[in-house]
Design a protein around this ligand. Structure first.
Ligand code: SF4
Length: 281
């Protein structure tokens, strides 16, 4: 488990944890909070049964894992009872049939969070103050999940712009009117990151910028959809060696799943030109 000095997205503090991806295979759109009472009961049962379990492989059945339990005596933290942090450094996750998947995987939001420095992490985690582990593990309720989609550079610029000031979830969305947008952050992070530099962060505080950006980005992706096809090459878009935010824009906003590198570069020139024109208006 993390120390207090180095919060991770999974373990931000001693009051809550994220267990959204346990077990790693679940129905689309599933969130633990939708079944809170039943899961709390299951966590209590798992935690008390764990001490009596005999070593050896015991596969996961259905959509719940027998190794998911409470990690503290107040039942605030939810996590993996087989994790090395719970077993004096021994990793016992081989005991379930997802062993390698459990060890290997991190969600994209957690990867972005790891790119933030300690002050930036504290700034963003403040938005989740007061949430319990169920609410914190919900992509719909926990604003930190959604904000991570805008990328570490922009998140760092905002925290720098506030120079130590901290926000609650409510005060942040009041101050930064842009982020009440319904646009998918990962689909449009490329465009926004190209437009916002250190001395222009305050434009994210206005409704007018949000409205202009929404019109611009929808129009741009609509134009690109008209001139390109979803499969225009053999290369998977996300595997090309270009800016990952741009590749997300192509995939999630324009809908291109495969494309050749040269064609992607041609589209990038076009997009960068459009961003330049938008910035000068
Ligand atoms: S073994 Fe641990 S990490 Fe894997 S699904 Fe179960 S609780 Fe989660």
């Amino acid at each position: 488990m993390n120390s207090q000095l180095e919060p991770t997205l999974c373990f931000p503090d001693g009051e809550k944890s994220c267990f959204a991806c346990c077990p790693p295979i679940r129905p689309h759109g599933y969130e633990h909070i939708q079944h809170k009472n039943a899961i709390q009961r299951m966590l209590r049962e798992n935690t008390s049964a764990f001490a009596e379990r005999k070593a050896g492989l015991s596969p996961i059945t259905g959509f719940s894992c027998w190794a998911l339990g409470y990690l503290d005596k107040h039942c605030n933290l939810v996590g993996c009872l087989l994790h090395p942090a719970q077993n004096e450094g021994k990793d016992l996750r081989f005991s379930v049939d997802y062993g390698d998947k459990c060890r290997r995987e991190n969600c994209p939001e957690a990867e972005i969070f790891l790119e933030l420095d300690i002050n930036e992490r504290k700034f963003w985690l403040h938005l989740a103050d007061g949430l319990d582990s169920f609410a914190y593990s919900s992509k719909r309720i926990n604003p930190v999940f959604k904000m991570m989609g805008w990328g570490p550079r922009l998140l760092g610029l905002i925290s720098l712009n506030e120079d130590g000031r901290l926000f609650t979830k409510e005060s942040f969305f009041r101050a930064y009117a842009f982020f009440s947008t319904r646009l998918n952050p990962r689909a449009y992070a490329y465009l926004l990151n190209q437009l916002v530099c250190e001395n222009r962060v305050d434009m994210l505080k206005t409704d007018s910028f949000r409205e202009r950006f929404e019109r611009f980005s929808r129009r741009l992706s609509g134009r690109l959809k008209q001139i390109s096809s979803p499969v225009s090459g053999t290369q998977y878009t996300h595997r090309l060696g270009l800016d990952p935010h741009f590749l997300d824009f192509l995939r999630l906003s324009v809908g291109i799943s495969r494309i050749e590198q040269e064609e992607a570069l041609r589209l990038k020139e076009r997009v960068d030109r459009a961003i330049g024109e938008f910035a000068t208006i």
